[in-house]
Design a protein around this ligand. Structure first.
Ligand code: FAD
Length: 457
């Protein structure tokens, strides 16, 4: 049933304002993106006398920090994602729309939205929060994308999981042992938190979970290579970076630093003039912001993130906020990092500021990011944690990492299910979701075969 006064995507034949019931005079706040920033903004508006419209191109909020656990079969996709609609089922002023925003008309104050049914529908706003996040960046080498998929969405994580599991299946079926090496070489490009966490998890996966499952191959002989132009966990202190590197070495991960990848193709990669043969290369390096800067025709930083002001609005547009990974804001002379904490705090701030404007309360002071610290997990029972002057690594840091990640999952059912799965995996070494899911299993017989059969008749 539709919320009174707000329809689902309207037809694009009418003016944007037709879609809002003007009789109740409530201001419309449009939030684009149901990630960390968008969700925090919408929750901060729960008591606001406004119509809040949350638009996302997927129907779920995704906990990206645990994507690597889906890719390495520890968690199932449903354990790290929640339908956005269900998160707001009790927040009556909020309507969730599944649609892709393709532009913003600042003059008419509307966003342009398309869904499977309708194209370019204008949706009017009084306040707009753009929280559209980021996607992969191949640093100008888009040709790498075909051979080195990234890790940004649930579909990416499932595809990576399929690819990894498939490599073991192919190797087991392959009678020529000379081909096993290539099939069982896994390369991760980028030694930031995602690459390090993925490499550590993969090492544990092949050396414990898979150890007794194959007859012709020894999964523990798999080669895991982590490549980066600079350091392991470059944003962490030198000592933590070193601790993570040592831990990776202990897990049997080869770390190649100081060289960028020159080539990626169906046979592997070329780095520092040497070819490393592999059938599974995963891109864990750069990210690029969403096109929000282009939609707004606003000033952006070199990466393309929208430069925002201290109150998170776009210059000359006090009604437009840009938050999270797609925004660029300096604090203490340095740009804020693209992490979940920044996104959540910015979303919350934008929601609060809009709330105060609507109800006529004093406005909060300029946005200030409170850094609670950063963490990365390296295999089983080991993490690095940096918070101000505190720098720790080991089991204690890992327990903190686990507690923090559980706390920030969207619902208590996910928290419980992930907690139980982690305990189970920790104790038994077994993983939850080791399925190769082909979306073409039930495809009809292809036309050429049918034609051939008909021709033979
Ligand atoms: C693999 C991985 C691991 C990470 N690990 C960590 C970590 O350990 N700790 C940490 O702090 N951070 C981590 N991050 C970074 C963190 O996830 C991001 O900083 C955070 O998600 C940014 O939040 P956001 O709301 O800006 O964007 P997102 O969370 O990316 O949300 C953007 C939302 O906008 C929607 N959207 C985008 N474009 C459109 C459009 N045109 N129309 C409609 N909807 C749209 C998307 O579907 C998405 O739901 C990780 C990121 C990745 C990819």
């Amino acid at each position: 049933m539709r919320q009174k006064g707000v329809s689902a995507l309207p037809t694009n034949t009418g003016r944007a304002s037709l879609f809002i019931n003007m009789s109740d005079h409530l201001p419309v706040v449009v939030i684009v993106g149901g990630g960390f920033a968008g969700l925090a903004a919408a929750k901060a508006l729960r008591k606001t006398p406004a119509k809040v419209l949350l638009i996302d191109r997927t129907n779920h909020h995704l906990f990206q920090p645990l994507l690597y656990q889906v890719a390495t079969s520890e968690l199932a996709p449903g354990q790290i994602a929640t339908p956005i609609r269900s998160i707001f089922r009790n927040q009556k002023n909020t309507t969730v729309i599944l649609g892709e925003v393709t532009g913003v008309d600042k003059a008419q104050k509307c966003v342009i939205v398309s869904d499977a049914d309708r194209q370019n529908v204008p949706i009017a706003y009084e306040y707009l929060i753009l929280a559209t996040g980021a996607s992969h960046s191949y640093f100008g080498h888009n040709e790498f994308a075909e051979y080195a998929p990234g890790l940004k969405s649930l579909a990416d994580a499932e595809a990576a999981r399929n690819k990894i599991l498939q490599a073991f299946e192919l190797a087991e079926a392959e009678e020529d042992p000379n081909r096993h090496r290539d099939l069982l070489t896994f390369i991760l490009v980028g030694a930031g938190p995602t690459g390090v966490e993925m490499a550590g998890a993969l090492a544990i996966f092949v050396r414990s979970t898979l150890k007794s499952d194959f007859r012709r191959i020894d999964p523990a002989s798999a080669r895991i290579v982590l490549v980066d132009t600079a350091h392991v966990l470059g944003t962490f202190s030198e000592s933590l970076s070193k601790a993570a590197k040592q831990r990776l070495a202990k897990l049997g991960v080869e770390v190649l630093l100081g060289h960028s990848v020159d080539q990626i193709d169906s046979d592997g990669i070329v780095v520092a003039g040497q070819r490393i043969a592999s059938k599974t290369v995963i891109w864990t390096a750069g990210v690029a912001p969403s096109p929000a800067g282009k939609w707004l025709n606003a000033e952006t930083d070199r990466a393309g993130r929208v430069r925002i002001q201290k109150d998170l609005t776009v210059p000359e547009h006090p009604e437009i906020f840009v938050v999270g990974d797609t925004a660029s804001l300096d604090q203490n002379g340095k740009p804020l990092p693209g992490v979940a904490q920044v996104a959540m705090q910015q979303g919350r701030y934008a929601g609060k500021l809009i709330h105060n404007r609507i109800v006529g309360s004093p406005l909060p002071g300029p946005f200030s990011y409170f850094d609670k610290g950063t963490m990365a997990v390296v295999g089983k029972g080991f993490a690095v944690l940096q918070s101000g002057k505190v720098q720790v690594s080991g089991f204690g840091a890992w327990l903190t990492w686990a507690a923090v990640h559980l706390q920030f999952l969207a619902t208590s059912s996910l928290r419980l299910s992930v907690f139980l799965q982690w305990v189970w995996t920790y104790v038994t070494g077994q993983r939850g979701d080791r399925l190769i899911v082909s979306h073409h299993d039930s495809a009809p017989v292809s036309t050429p075969v049918k034609e051939a059969v008909r021709g033979a008749a």
